[in-house]
Design a binder for this molecule. Structure first.
Ligand code: HEC
Ligand code: HEC
Length: 160
């Protein structure tokens, strides 16, 4: 290959590698926000029925709508006193994602976000319905360290 073409090919490869690691980094960062830095009140009140979903996985508009409708929370009653609602709502808003311009995602579900669909595109629809998994919202069924806010692909085990 002529030298200038080799140089160009190298540049393209570098660019691809950089882009890939940048999006990795963005995810790793959003995961880190979620790990040990969670507001204790949020963990206390919002991790009884499912994991404490990382705040950086939903936009502000969705968190705020969730916090306004806790008595009708995805078929459950997750009501809290007004002061706790205010504190948790503020904290979630401050740590929310600005991806999609902060606009609400469908049903205010992490599992309906564009990035979630992209990351899970290779999971066949039959897998989500397994008795051991039940729902895409059940992150911990496959992400063995979800309770630590760690969604790294190295700790994914899909149960049979
Ligand atoms: C009484 C039980 C209960 C409590 C307490 C609770 N939730 Fe939930 N939550 C649910 C159920 C049930 C679902 C639906 C799960 C499913 O579809 O499999 C859900 C779903 C969610 C989802 C959407 C997950 C997805 O599909 O992407 C979010 C976000 C969420 N809860 C946030 C919160 C927040 C914030 C709090 C605290 C204010 C909270 N939850 C407290 C029961 C609860
Ligand atoms: C049926 C099992 C399953 C469930 C349930 C599940 N995931 Fe995943 N998740 C996967 C698989 C498989 C991958 C792709 C891993 C890979 O790239 O090798 C993945 C990838 C991811 C990634 C990207 C990780 C990386 O290192 O690039 C994130 C973030 C993530 N999931 C978050 C979640 C969240 C949040 C929930 C719950 C709301 C969830 N997942 C529920 C199986 C699951």
């Amino acid at each position: 290959m002529p030298l200038h073409l080799v140089a160009r090919a190298t540049k393209v490869c570098l660019l691809i590698a950089l882009t890939a690691s940048a999006s990795r980094l963005a995810l790793a960062e959003s995961n880190k926000t979620s790990a040990s830095n969670l507001m204790p009140l949020y963990v206390k009140e919002c991790a009884a029925c499912h994991i404490a979903y990382p705040p950086g996985m939903l936009p502000a508009a969705s968190w705020q709508r969730i916090m306004r409708n806790l008595s009708q929370h995805f078929g459950a009653d997750a009501s809290l006193d007004a002061e706790s609602v205010k504190q948790i709502s503020n904290w979630l808003t401050n740590h929310s994602t600005t991806e999609s311009g902060g606009q609400a995602v469908p049903e205010d579900r992490i599992t309906r976000s564009t990035w979630f669909r992209r990351e899970h595109a290779e999971v066949p629809s039959s897998v989500w319905k397994r008795a051991t998994i039940k729902s895409p919202s059940n992150c911990a069924a496959c992400h063995t360290r979800a309770d630590q806010g760690n969604f790294d692909e190295h700790f994914v085990r899909i149960p049979q």
